[in-house]
Ligand binder design. Structure first.
Ligand SMILES: [Fe+2]
Ligand SMILES: [Fe+2]
Length: 248
């Protein structure tokens, strides 16, 4: 059995609240009487992509568990690489593969510099196809920021563009156990290309849904609902997801 924690959208730098909330979630995970296989943070790490925001995020995301990150639309690739990952600054997509325990984690960059919507560009899809082909002996968790399908949320207007290209690619890689995303600031479970598509709740805020009175992106952010995360359990090829709210 393999257990990972999945959180998203900490938006460090947007407010004091963002730091308090990210800290509360990470302290909760560090206090668990269990060594997680990974803590995955699916983008929007910084709110404005500033170096000082990534300095703060780097400290907040320090954990006794392995922490894996991918960028979101609020992130800036150069500073994300330089400050958060400790690598030379570069403007290309931040795509990474990690192997921990009994699974492979493939983290893709769905951000489009300067734009809120997402896209997996040719470089990323070519890289992804090669990695998935080479890593066919273990189950794969694939993660990126933008949901590739509608979630019936105001965020649907800025979801991943051209998702069929990813669906076609996944058809050739049945060992991808689940696709993990953020951006929606709400915990959601559906399917994409026949796989579980699992969105983590937002740490900094929750985006309310149309039946909760929100119809546009501008009016749907709720800063009072508590931060949360999801645990994904992989056992015998099947993924089970548990939602957890964390007190601040
Ligand atoms: Fe976000
Ligand atoms: Fe986002």
């Amino acid at each position: 059995m393999l257990v990972i924690a999945h959180l998203s959208d900490i938006h460090v730098g947007g407010s004091d609240r963002s730091v308090e909330r990210a800290d509360a979630v990470m302290r909760y995970l560090d206090a668990l009487p269990y060594d997680l296989d990974a803590v995955l943070v699916s983008g929007d790490i910084a709110d404005h992509g500033l170096a000082e925001e990534y300095e703060q995020a780097r400290k907040l995301l320090t954990s006794r568990h392995p922490v894996l990150v991918c960028p979101g639309n609020h992130d800036v690739r150069e500073e994300f690489r330089r400050v958060l990952l400790g690598e030379p600054a570069a403007s290309g997509p931040v795509n990474r593969v990690h192997r921990t325990g009994g699974a492979v984690y493939v983290l893709c960059d769905s951000s489009v510099p300067g734009r809120p919507e997402g896209h997996l560009d040719d470089e990323t899809l070519t890289w992804l196809d090669g990695v998935l082909g080479a890593e066919s002996d273990l189950p794969v968790f694939m993660a990126f920021h933008h949901p590739p399908t509608t979630l019936h949320s105001p965020i649907d207007t800025i979801m991943l563009q051209a998702p069929d290209r990813l669906a076609d690619l996944l058809a050739g890689h049945p060992h991808v156990a689940a696709v993990l995303v953020g951006h929606a600031h709400t915990s959601a479970a559906t399917t994409f290309a026949g796989r579980p598509l699992l969105a983590a709740p937002g740490v900094v805020s929750t985006l309310r849904l149309p039946w909760e009175g929100a119809t546009t992106l501008a009016e749907c952010a709720d800063y009072e609902l508590p931060p949360g995360l999801v645990f994904h359990v992989l056992d015998d090829g099947r993924v089970t997801t548990h939602h957890r709210v964390v007190p601040v």
